[in-house]
Structures are given as structure tokens and as C-alpha cells.
Design a protein around this ligand. Structure first.
Ligand SMILES: *Cc1c(COP(=O)(O)O)cnc(C)c1O
Length: 446
């Protein structure tokens, strides 16, 4: 990579990215093996069955290191199952980060419970363990931990607080399948995990989700809630009070996984470790190239921590405007885009500012749903979570490389480097960040 400061493409210089990217960003990788697996289900007319799904559950549980896995139609459903599994009910509270996708917490309303948001850590972008304990009350049933954008959350202090206070931990692994925390896979720390496996995620199998746990009662409560086909015989259930209710789904939901997704999932999982390793190599190379560039920080665990980023879902970088004369991330991204790299400012818009968490009366309680069954007013108004509210101005999307191809990665890294090193020129026409930065979701539907 060139060491001198090159002229920005925004001001007429040559673009940093010159080489065609080919299938660098194509995901998931689909081969004849995936196609054959899906076709087999189709030809057997087994789309609504469970035989392949149960095999996929076994594969997934063994791979992640859990006793039980339960396939779902979506990650949203899996996380609701995890909440019900943990005993979340009327008037209860869960604690979740505000900077995440809505399906980490919003389902809690349908259980008659509510959410209290905690701050995220400025560097990991995951829930900040230092901000959890003061939010626990006698109504708190669970803490939802999101391994955000592939980064493992700091599980040791989180589990310590949870055990001390008798609160369950739900890991949302939708961004981080296969990530390690201190050498151990995420999903093996909390009481239960809910995981999206939809097509935009790093383990992408179709519209699907999965729940994992080592706790038999949580597992049984979860399938009793939304898998009527597995909740038919008292002798298949060990939890005493559940035996009386077999036959119908407790939640009134049908949540089983589409078997074409399960079939593709079995194939995808077989190759996932190897593909994830290549992503890790590519992404780590990208950040190594940018080490020491002012204003830019890698969003990844420290190198010798034995923690890893999994499949680097929706990879983002950390932005430190104070090192670039206050240059807005919006202007910074504009310069990066001119170099030929897709780069948008912000990440998930903090949830607590949306009307759904402040004023909306969804079920007709005659008061906001957030506090409909709550024993106190838990609403968190703008300004109440300053670290989370600053995240959009301190993050930007980076290329999510699926292959280790040094030349292409170097050109992309150079785009970011050029924009940062030329910050003084960019300051001139910097109009600042707009009021709303980032979005409610990342996945482009097609
Ligand atoms: C995608 C996602 C979900 C929801 O999963 P779906 O499969 O889309 O229902 C939940 N939590 C997080 C953090 C996600 O990114």
C-alpha cells in the first residue's frame, strides 16, 4: 500500500478501487450440493416435515456445543421461544441493548412483558456489563446479550452478575455464529440462545432460526410454545406441569422450520468453519492494513484474547471523529464511496428512541404497550442512553469480504486510509451528520 497521501477521488484523484471485485461479496455460497439437498425435500413433498430439521438440530447442537437445539421459522420466533423458555411473562422485564436489531427484544411485548435498555460499550458495541446491574429489579427475568456485528460480548462479568442476581441470560447469536469468547463458542455461556439463520446472516440457510440450550426445561417450554407437533405425548415431556397441557401449542404459534431451509442448513454448516476462517483472514488483513490510521479503529477483539469475530456479519468500523478534527462520519463515508467502496454511516439506530418504545399502544391497553403491564414507568427518553445514542456517529459499514484476495482488500483498505488522511480537506464542506443516522435494519430484500 502506498505510504504517501494520495489525492481523493472526490477531488479528482484516481479511485482507490481499480480491480473488479467478482464474487468477493456473494453470499451465501451455493453449490450443487445445496441445490440437491433442497430438491430432495421438494421431490419428497417433505417441506412441512421435521426429519431433516431434526438432523440439522443435531448437527447444529454438536457444532455449537449445546445439548438441545430447536429449529424455527425465523430468528425472531427462536428468540421469543427463548424468552418464554426463561419464564418471561406478564409484568416481567428483560434487559437488552438499545443498539441492536428489533428482534432481540420486541417480541417481549407479546408475552405481556417489557424491556429495559442498557448501554453498549463504545468499543465492542455489545451490552456494557457495567451498566446492567443497576437496571435489575425483582421483575427482571432475563438479560438479552447480542454479540453485535459478530463481536463477542464480554460474557464473564455478564454471567457473574446474572448468577448473583438470579437472572437468566439469553444470547442472541444472529450476528455471530461461530464466534469465540476466550476460546469458547458463543452460545455456550448463557442459559439459552436464539439465532437467526436468514439469508443475510453469516450462517445463511433461508428464512430460519434456531434455539439452543443445555437446560431441559427451557427446551421443553420452547417446543411446547410453538412446536405442537413435538408436544403431543406426555411421555415425551419431562417437565411435570407441561405434561398436562400436551396436544396444543401453548403460545398459539406454529414455529417449525421449513425443511428446505433445514436441508440447505445441513450443507451450509458442513462448510461453514472453512468459509468463516477465510472471511476472518480477509477481514483481519483489512484491519491490519489500517492499523494506526487516525480516526479509524477495528471493531474486533484484541489479538491475543482468543476471542474471534465469527463470520463478521455486516462488518462495521469504529470511528473516532475527535482524531480527525471533528470530521463527520457522513462526510467521511462520502469520500470513501467516491473511491469505489460502499460505505454508509451509522449502524442500528438505537431502539429506545422509536415511538414503539415510548408512546405506541399496540394492543389497546389504553396506555403505551411498553408500560402496559409494568410495575413502573420504564420508558427511556432521548438523552437517557448517551453512549448508545452516540453509536451512529461513531460507526460506518466496511466491506464484508468473503474471500482472502489481497489485492482487492488492499485497494478497499486504501479507500478508507485516503479518506482519513485527507480529513483536513474534507472538513471544508462538511455539513455534519443528519438528525437520523443508521437504520432499523441492514438486509436489502430482493
Ligand atoms: C436478524 C436478527 C434477528 C431476527 O432474525 P430473523 O431470522 O430475521 O427473524 C434477531 N436478532 C438480531 C440481532 C438479528 O440481526
Amino acid at each position: 500500500m502506498a505510504k504517501k497521501i494520495e489525492k481523493l477521488a472526490l477531488f479528482g484523484g484516481p479511485k482507490a478501487v481499480q480491480t473488479a471485485v467478482g464474487d468477493m461479496f456473494t453470499w451465501p455460497i451455493i453449490t450443487a450440493e445445496d441445490e440437491a439437498a433442497a430438491l430432495d425435500v421438494l421431490r419428497r413433498r417433505a417441506m412441512s416435515g421435521s426429519d431433516v430439521t431434526m438432523q440439522f438440530e443435531k448437527d447444529y447442537a454438536a457444532w455449537q456445543g449445546n445439548k438441545f437445539a430447536l429449529g424455527y421459522s425465523s430468528g425472531t420466533a427462536a428468540i421469543q421461544g427463548a424468552m418464554y423458555g426463561c419464564g418471561v411473562g406478564i409484568g416481567d422485564e428483560i434487559i437488552a441493548p438499545s443498539v441492536t436489531y428489533w428482534a432481540s427484544c420486541l417480541q417481549v411485548y407479546s408475552l405481556g412483558a417489557t424491556v429495559v435498555f442498557a448501554e453498549v460499550d463504545r468499543d465492542t458495541l455489545c451490552i456494557d456489563p457495567r451498566d446492567i446491574e443497576r437496571r435489575i429489579t425483582d421483575r427482571t427475568k432475563a438479560i438479552v446479550v447480542v454479540h453485535y456485528l459478530g463481536h463477542p460480548a464480554d460474557m464473564d462479568p455478564i454471567m457473574k452478575i446474572a448468577r448473583k442476581r438470579g437472572v437468566k441470560v439469553i444470547e442472541d447469536i444472529s450476528h455471530a455464529q461461530g464466534a469465540l469468547y476466550k476460546g469458547k463458542k458463543v452460545g455456550t455461556f448463557g442459559d439459552v440462545s436464539g439465532i437467526s439463520l436468514m439469508s443475510g446472516k453469516s450462517l445463511a440457510i433461508g428464512e430460519a432460526g434456531i434455539l439452543t440450550t443445555d437446560n431441559r426445561e427451557i427446551y421443553e417450554r420452547a417446543f411446547a410454545w410453538g412446536h405442537y407437533e413435538r408436544f403431543q405425548k406426555p411421555e415425551q415431556v419431562e417437565t411435570p406441569y407441561l405434561k398436562d397441557w400436551v396436544g396444543l401449542p401453548l403460545g398459539g404459534y406454529k414455529y417449525r422450520m421449513h425443511q428446505m431451509s433445514a436441508a440447505v442448513g445441513r450443507v451450509q454448516l458442513k462448510y461453514y468453519d472453512a468459509r468463516m476462517k477465510e472471511i476472518q483472514k480477509a477481514m483481519n488483513y483489512f484491519w491490519d492494513l489500517l492499523e494506526g490510521v487516525p480516526g479509524l479503529r477495528a471493531h474486533r477483539p484484541a489479538k491475543r484474547s482468543k476471542s474471534t469475530m465469527g463470520g463478521w456479519y455486516a462488518a462495521h468500523g469504529l470511528y473516532r471523529p475527535e482524531e480527525l478534527g471533528g470530521l463527520s462520519v457522513t462526510r467521511f463515508c462520502e469520500a470513501v464511496r467516491a473511491e469505489g467502496v460502499g460505505c454508509s454511516p451509522g449502524a442500528n439506530t438505537p431502539l429506545h428512541r422509536h415511538p414503539l418504545f415510548l408512546t405506541a399502544d399496540i394492543y389497546g391497553h389504553g396506555k403505551p404497550t411498553r408500560i402496559a403491564n409494568a410495575s413502573r414507568d420504564v420508558r427511556q427518553w432521548p438523552g437517557s442512553l448517551p453512549v448508545s445514542e452516540a453509536v451512529p456517529a461513531e460507526t460506518y459499514g466496511i466491506p464484508w469480504f468473503k474471500h482472502y484476495r489481497p489485492q482487492i482488500i488492499e485497494e478497499h483498505a486504501n479507500a478508507f486510509r485516503k479518506a482519513a488522511l485527507n480529513y483536513k480537506q474534507l472538513l471544508k464542506d462538511d455539513k455534519g451528520n443528519p438528525e437520523k443516522l443508521g437504520g432499523w435494519h441492514f438486509f436489502a430484500h430482493r
